[in-house]
Design a protein around this ligand. Structure first.
Ligand code: GDP
Length: 357
């Protein structure tokens, strides 16, 4: 599944949020917790459309999409200086598709901002800057380590010469205090740059850990990105409740969605992802696919054979499917479309693939 690394300064609420996200309710049923790393939580992506589809087809089970959250410890100011800690940190974060940075907005004076420093004001922009500096420094170190090798390889291979050139330019760019993702690159260069495994190439989303009464507020952007307000304390309480109680509690707070839902949806947007559905007697299931993906690529998410042998797809939009009571209703109303290999999949499409084996 999509994997997201949670980072942030100490005491900003990372563990509280991570624990809440991965509590029994959120934890995906298909992944027994005991078999995976305690710092990894695979959680279902809540999607109310699944329930609506299930009301129509009465499937044996509902299978939501999942997101993997990785609690990445060890990022403190100066982390890049401590070789051991730094390496472990890098190893954990390198594997993730995106970074979710928790930034402290909550004001509780009983929680120290940093060990030994009491009674300070919150400073979200400053904290985000500290973390970004650490990520940039880690990337600089990593590039300096990779460069001698890249330069050597560049002499014997044109493609590797492109990679070495991008690496050199990135090093300058990072040294000027920029993150890798913002450097101008051609598509080819960008592809090569991905092979350098830089942290600041990853999409980043900011979670503002706010006080309860800040929950509805629009926050000022950090580094050009609007942070997502979440209250880790509320999420922790929500994770202890039964679904109906949780819904009531959310309503009391004037909220429609839990933080997890908001976060998962924001991550999908950030990464340019969407869901399509399959609906049958056995299961109703959400599948994750790139926005802009065509039908065969979507089929390939289910199985590579489906992509290779793709013939056509029967497609109903989610809206039609629900309004017309399912596949038969769509067919009668002429809303069940037969689409070919150039069809661009839309969010919420209910799909059925025909393929050769
Ligand atoms: P981490 O070091 O980033 O993992 O931070 P923790 O999750 O351990 O939280 C540090 C302290 O802040 C704990 O005492 C939490 O109870 C407290 N805390 C976390 N989130 C919130 C919040 O939203 N509001 C308040 N008031 N306290 C919080």
């Amino acid at each position: 599944p999509l994997s997201i690394g949670i980072v942030g300064l100490p005491n900003v609420g990372k563990s509280t949020l991570f624990t809440a996200l991965t509590k029994k309710g959120g934890l995906a049923a298909n992944y027994p917790f005991a078999t995976i790393d305690p710092n990894v939580g695979i959680v279902d992506v809540p999607d109310e459309r699944l329930g609506k589809l299930a009301e129509i087809v009465h499937p044996g089970r509902i299978v939501p999409a999942t997101v993997e959250f990785v609690d990445i410890a060890g990022l403190v100011k100066g982390a890049n200086e401590g070789e051991g800690l730094g390496n472990q940190f890098l190893a954990n974060i390198r594997e993730t598709d995106a970074i979710c940075e928790v930034v402290r907005y909550f004001t509780d004076p009983n929680v120290m901002r940093e060990v030994g420093r009491v009674g300070e004001f919150v400073d979200p922009a400053g904290d985000a800057d500290t973390i970004m500096t650490e990520l940039i420094l880690a990337d600089i170190q990593s590039l300096e380590k990779q460069l001698p090798r890249l330069e050597k390889d560049a002499k014997r291979d044109k493609e590797l010469a492109v990679k070495a050139d991008v690496a050199r330019r990135l090093l300058d760019w990072l040294n000027e205090g920029n993150r890798a993702a913002t450097m101008e690159m051609t598509d080819e260069e960008r592809a090569e740059a991905r092979g350098l495994f830089l942290l600041t190439m990853k999409p980043i989303l900011y979670v503002a850990n706010v006080d309860e009464d800040q929950l509805g507020e629009e926050l000022a952007p950090i580094d050009g990105v609007t942070p997502i307000p979440i209250c880790a304390k509320v999420e922790a309480e929500l994770s202890e409740l039964e679904p109906e109680e949780a819904a009531e509690y959310l309503a009391d707070l004037g909220l429609e969605k839990s933080g997890l839902e908001t976060l998962a949806q924001a991550a999908y947007r950030l990464l340019g992802l969407q869901s399509y559905f399959t609906a049958g007697e056995m299961e109703v299931k959400a599948w994750t696919v790139r926005i802009g993906a065509k039908a065969p690529e979507a089929a390939g998410v289910i199985h590579s054979d489906f992509e290779r042998g793709f013939i056509k797809a029967e497609v109903a939009s989610y809206g039609d499917y629900v309004a017309l009571g399912g596949e038969a209703g769509c067919k009668n109303a002429g809303k069940l479309r037969i689409e070919g290999k150039d069809y661009v999949v839309q969010d919420g499409d209910v799909m059925h693939f025909r393929f050769n084996v």
